[in-house]
Write a protein that binds this ligand. Structure first.
Ligand code: AHM
Length: 347
């Protein structure tokens, strides 16, 4: 006899009562996101077999080459969100401007969604884990009209839901609606996401640091010193830490969430604002991380969720993970800033 498994749909229905003010719209939206994830997962899994690998020919707003699977995932998620009738528009990495849904049903939608439909796309061709990241906000503009840019320029604290899908050795959907974090693993035999990781919590501290050390010489002094700290021996804090970096935010984040660790993508000379995008990479991950008991900052003392967005594709430095580790990295950043300031004043 099999123990009863809770499917995503059952879970969403059960949790509906957590939101007495909601009339099921958020639940329906999440159900549609789960459906799109299954379709994208199917394509990701057979990517090596069909003509879907490689470049689509264009570049996105960030000047990065767009892969065919990126385009496919973007379309699938847009279709699913439009069909849900709960979403008035989306902002995605693959579209320069916001996509406003024009149907009467969608114009009446209560929410807007930001997403990175296929994150870590440089890993597609080599069969390494990639993911989808999404974030849900209540719109500011009146229902019954098209969504506006203002709807998307909300602080991360305004998110009502956020999460990610990881297409890995198994496929998982991890999300929060502000009451903890839950993880669902796709059971391919029944085609359902099943609750496998209820109430996920990141350890207070861990032994993994994740950063692209190839950029070392371009890092701020505080980050360099923190890396040195990670590499030193200390029994009490279990250092040296292990360095683990996949280059897919979702995969690096997911591993650190389960095991405890810190992920850093700081500002560098080539990316003075950092590389990752605030609206559809940093904010959703920061919301999940805080809900799991962790921390997310810009490394300069500002909580990611408090940053007021000024543009759709804005970037932010990203320090995220176990609370004690992010605090420590912040400490090094602060000390370095003070030393620089003292040196400047001393002339
Ligand atoms: P992408 O949206 O083009 O896939 O880029 C985002 C990815 C993240 O998944 C990852 O954390 C980061 O870029 C890796 O960047 P780098 O190769 O500079 O280390």
């Amino acid at each position: 006899m099999h123990a009863h498994v809770t499917t995503l749909n059952e879970f969403i229905i059960e949790r509906q009562s957590d939101f007495p003010y909601a009339k099921g719209e958020l639940s329906r939206l999440l159900t549609h996101i789960g459906l799109a994830a299954k379709i994208v997962n199917r394509e990701v899994n057979k990517a090596g077999l069909v003509d879907i690998l490689g470049e689509a020919g264009g570049t996105n707003i960030q000047g990065e080459s767009v892969k065919k699977l990126d385009v496919f995932a973007d379309r699938r998620f847009i279709e699913a969100l439009r069909a849900s009738g709960e979403c008035a528009g989306i902002a995605s990495e693959e579209n320069d401007e916001i996509v406003k849904f024009k149907t009467d049903l969608a114009k009446d939608g209560k929410y807007i969604v930001t997403m990175d439909p296929l994150d870590g796309s440089s890993n597609i061709d080599v069969n390494v884990s990639i993911g989808t990241i999404f974030s849900i906000y209540r719109r500011i503009s009146p229902r019954g009209h098209e969504a506006t840019l203002e709807d998307f320029m909300q602080r991360g604290t305004k998110q009502v839901g956020a999460g990610y899908v990881i297409y890995g050795s198994s496929t998982m959907l991890v999300f929060t609606t502000g009451r903890g974090v839950n993880g669902f693993t796709l059971d391919p035999s029944i085609g359902e996401f099943c609750l496998s990781h209820p109430n996920m919590q990141i350890p207070l501290s861990g032994t993994i640091y994740s950063i692209n050390e190839g950029n070392y010489i371009r890092f701020p002094g505080g980050v360099k010193k923190y890396i040195k700290y990670c590499q030193e021996s200390d029994r009490q804090t279990q250092r040296p830490y292990a360095s683990r970096y996949i280059g897919s935010l979702v995969a690096d984040f997911h591993r650190n969430l389960l095991k405890g660790g810190i992920f850093i993508y700081p500002q560098t000379e080539s990316h003075p604002e950092g590389k990752l995008r605030l609206l559809y990479e940093c904010n959703p991950m920061a919301f999940v991380m805080e809900q799991a008991g962790g921390m997310a900052t810009d490394g300069m003392g500002t909580r990611i969720l408090d940053i007021k967005p000024e543009s759709l594709h804005q970037r932010a430095p990203f320090f995220v993970g176990s609370r004690r580790m992010v605090e420590k990295a912040e400490e090094f950043m602060r000390a370095e800033r003070m030393a620089e300031e003292e040196a400047r004043v001393a002339g």
